[in-house]
Design a protein around this ligand. Structure first.
Ligand SMILES: [Zn+2]
Ligand SMILES: [Zn+2]
Length: 248
């Protein structure tokens, strides 16, 4: 069972880190820049770690900017204050994401059209057979290492890793927890469960300072992704934009 638990933890954190680092902080907010090699490396990293629930990066960025623009209004793609339950919120999120992906909706943000794309990888990641192949890999790992059939109950977490992260962050990040700043929305911060979401549930801090690289703003908060990103900047893998480094 140890190997299964390690696999689950590694898959969880690699996937949520890809979402937070590449999709959110890089694609949606341009908090730092990378050279073409590292950009392709983390594009590939996102494809591999998100696997069966791969999100098209440019479409994610457009969806996310809609959230910032209309946060907790009826035009917000996923405000928990306009949906009765998590499932209906995520169905609406998926619908708007697909509209961006299919080109039926285009973001008004000026830099969206300049965002990087990798057409071959995007079409691979969005191919249903490739998604099924990733599910097959997860099942094979369980087939080899699961000591009891009960362990297979964990498999849906692997299949739906991205939507599970999104559901939790979007719902809880605007519904439960404390507020450091009087923003115009209902965004909240939490600390304990953010340890599972590497900074993503410090929503109130992030909505107040949307270009700040470190999502923790108080001494008692810890954005788990930030020390890794800080190290990357020291190793010159990324080059943070000056506005992302200001203390607030
Ligand atoms: Zn938010
Ligand atoms: Zn954001």
């Amino acid at each position: 069972m140890l190997i299964i638990i390690i696999f689950l933890i590694v898959h969880w954190y690699a996937s949520v880190f890809a979402q937070s680092f590449f999709l959110h902080r890089y694609m949606a907010h341009r908090m730092f820049i990378m050279n073409p090699f590292w950009e392709r490396f983390f594009y590939l990293f996102t494809f591999v770690t998100q696997g069966s629930s791969f999100l098209h990066p440019k479409s994610y960025a457009q969806l996310h900017l809609e959230h910032h623009k209309h946060s907790d209004t009826e035009d917000d793609p996923h405000s928990p204050h306009f949906f009765q339950d998590v499932l209906s919120m995520m169905i609406n999120t998926g619908r708007i994401y697909m509209e961006f992906k299919d080109g039926k909706r285009i973001s008004s943000s000026p830099y969206i059209q300049g965002l990087p794309t990798w057409n071959r990888l995007d079409s691979l990641g969005n191919n249903h057979l490739v998604r099924l192949a990733f599910c097959g890999i997860y099942i094979s790992i369980y087939w080899v290492f699961a000591p009891t059939p009960w362990a297979y109950l964990l498999l849906p977490i692997h299949f739906l890793m991205g939507p599970i992260h999104g559901a939790f962050v979007n719902w809880c990040g605007h519904k439960y927890g404390y507020r450091n700043y009087a923003t115009n929305d209902e965004s909240r911060n939490t600390f304990i469960w953010d340890l599972f979401f590497v900074g993503e549930t410090f929503q109130n801090n992030h909505h107040r300072y949307p270009h700040r690289l470190n999502f923790a703003t108080h001494w008692y908060e810890l954005d788990l992704a930030y020390p890794i990103i800080w190290l990357m900047s020291k190793l010159r893998i990324i080059n943070p934009c000056s506005s992302s480094l200001s203390s607030k």
